[in-house]
Design a protein around this ligand. Structure first.
Ligand SMILES: [Zn+2]
Length: 154
């Protein structure tokens, strides 16, 4: 980064503040050469995961959006809010560890599905039916059958 006035890279941060509303860090800097001051806004790290949606458009990874989907699927089911939040942060950690901080909405769905499956079958089927967009009743029952089969094996 260089001073916008004289181009010097000799800068000093004099103030740093997290702006909650748009998830940025505002930094007030002073140029050591010309002593002029200016502000910069930086997106904070967690917003750097990009989600590729089914229609090909991109958006920033939004924890709350995923949590809302899980909460909807777990209505009146024995899954605690804490467990739901753990799924979200677990999925986030998983994506952050991937080399290219880009993920498809499908992948996110599958990551949630695999975790929800271990907690509650009904919530899992509800969530999966939204994410996988079961084309017809048959594919929905196929999924149910595969659950019943895997339960038998336990
Ligand atoms: Zn300067």
């Amino acid at each position: 980064m260089n001073c916008p006035y004289c181009g010097s890279s000799d800068l000093r941060v004099i103030d740093s503040r997290h702006v909650e509303e748009d998830n940025t860090i505002k930094r007030r800097r002073e140029c050591e050469s010309c002593k002029k001051r200016f502000s910069t806004f930086e997106m904070i790290q967690e917003a750097s995961i990009i989600v590729i949606k089914k229609d090909g458009s991109r958006e920033f990874f939004d924890k709350n959006k995923i949590l809302r989907g899980i909460v909807r699927s777990c209505q009146k089911r024995p899954v605690s809010t804490k467990q739901m939040e753990e799924i979200v942060s677990d999925v986030e950690k998983h994506i952050l560890n991937s080399p290219d901080k880009e993920v498809s909405s499908n992948q996110i769905g599958e990551l949630v599905i695999s975790r929800l499956k271990k907690l509650d079958v009904v919530s899992y089927v509800r969530f999966a039916s939204v994410y996988r967009e079961f084309k017809d009743v048959n594919s929905f029952f196929d999924e149910l059958n595969s659950i019943v089969e895997s339960e038998k094996e336990l």
